[in-house]
Write a protein that binds this ligand. Structure first.
Ligand SMILES: NC(=O)c1ccc[n+]([C@@H]2O[C@H](COP(=O)([O-])OP(=O)(O)OC[C@H]3O[C@@H](n4cnc5c(N)ncnc54)[C@H](OP(=O)(O)O)[C@@H]3O)[C@@H](O)[C@H]2O)c1
Length: 317
């Protein structure tokens, strides 16, 4: 099968299109014919491995010293089940699914094997019936990560929530999930993304290039800092956010903790998507062969929502 292999850590050019062996599902796994994936913030972080020394050492211990031990990167997928292991109960051949592979990576490939039950190796759910494979792959990254971070806020109807980094993959998902909870959302992004964040339902937008949100004197019940690692002075931002919290308010950053990969997050997302209360935000779409170009674009740190990769055997619903 065709796959993109990460030959070493470095710039986008370390990614190479290769012919590799097709995986075979273990008894508890499904094998998925993959039609779409996405280049996520996590993928570019792993490919580059450009981190401060202590964090970099820990990362290399976990992922691999000179190159990833699992050389096919990619975290999200949307496709059709081609075969199932003998113990698989919840899914069958032909099911249209989407999901997140976690520490298994491997979604920059035509086929993926993943356990049917959620674990550190990922989670999967039936694909929303009213979304394409591309939209489903785009929705999966924020769809698994945003609810994990938002749960920390125990957000209630009518509360005031601030999403800093509202135009990214986790940010665009969070704005919509928080609106669906009945809270009042303020989104922070740069000038070019104001219309996008407004279109997702944000009640207020703050342009961080023109205004310091902390000097507004507003107080929020929950603040999600959804700006990726290394793009901002996190310590300074955290101090500013804490100043803008109500007395019992909660702050969390997308770099706090290790997210649990829960299939129930995707099942809930399906309900919202099918009720047309959530939409996937796609900035650009590239074929698998142009993955280097897609990584260059995501490296800029200013994608809007998601960057999707389509695979050759794309099949529409
Ligand atoms: N805790 C974990 O284990 C874990 C797991 C997975 C992911 N993550 C984190 O999640 C990240 C990926 O998130 P994502 O895909 O949502 O990122 P993304 O799509 O690249 O979104 C970036 C957001 O940050 C904003 N931004 C960028 N630079 C900024 C700056 N200097 N000041 C203010 N805002 C800025 C962007 O707004 P504008 O474009 O409008 O500037 C955009 O809204 C990873 O890099 C990692 O840090 C953590």
């Amino acid at each position: 099968m065709k796959a993109i292999v990460c030959t070493k850590y470095g710039p986008p050019e370390v990614l190479q299109l290769k012919e590799v062996e097709k995986p075979t599902p273990r008894k508890n796994e499904v094998c998925i014919k993959n039609f779409a994936t996405a280049v996520t913030g996590s993928d570019v972080l792993i490919r580059g491995a450009d981190m401060p020394i202590i964090m970099g050492l820990m990362f290399r211990l976990m992922i691999g010293f000179t190159k990833p031990r699992k050389p096919i990167l990619g975290l999200v997928f949307a496709g059709e089940i081609e075969s199932v292991g003998k113990d698989v109960k919840r899914f069958k051949k032909g099911d249209q699914v989407y999901g997140f592979t976690g520490f298994s990576f491997g979604t920059y490939a035509e086929y993926i094997c993943i356990p049917e039950e959620e674990s550190k190796r990922g989670c999967l759910a039936m694909k929303p019936s009213n979304m394409s494979y591309e939209e489903s792959a785009a929705a999966a990254y924020g769809g698994v990560l945003a609810p994990y971070f938002l749960e920390k806020g125990n957000i209630q109807k009518g509360q005031k929530v601030l999403i800093y980094g509202a135009s990214g993959a986790i940010g665009t998902t969070s704005v919509q999930l928080v609106k669906n909870l009945g809270a009042e959302v303020t989104g922070i992004c740069s000038t070019k993304n104001i219309e996008l964040v407004k279109s997702l339902g944000a009640d207020e937008i703050i342009d961080y290039t023109k205004e310091d949100f902390a000097s507004r004197g507003e107080q929020y019940d929950f603040i999600l800092d959804a700006v990726p690692n290394g793009k901002i002075d996190r310590k300074k931002l955290k101090a500013q956010c804490k100043k803008a919290l109500s007395p019992n308010g909660i702050y969390t950053s997308i770099d706090d903790g290790s997210p649990k990969l829960k299939a129930e997050y995707l099942v809930h997302l399906n309900e919202l998507i099918e009720a047309e209360r959530f939409k996937a935000v796609i900035d650009k779409t590239y074929p698998l062969e142009e993955i280097v170009e897609a990584h260059r674009y995501v490296d800029s740190g200013h994608k809007k929502g998601n960057v999707v990769i389509t695979l050759e055997q794309k099949k529409e619903t």
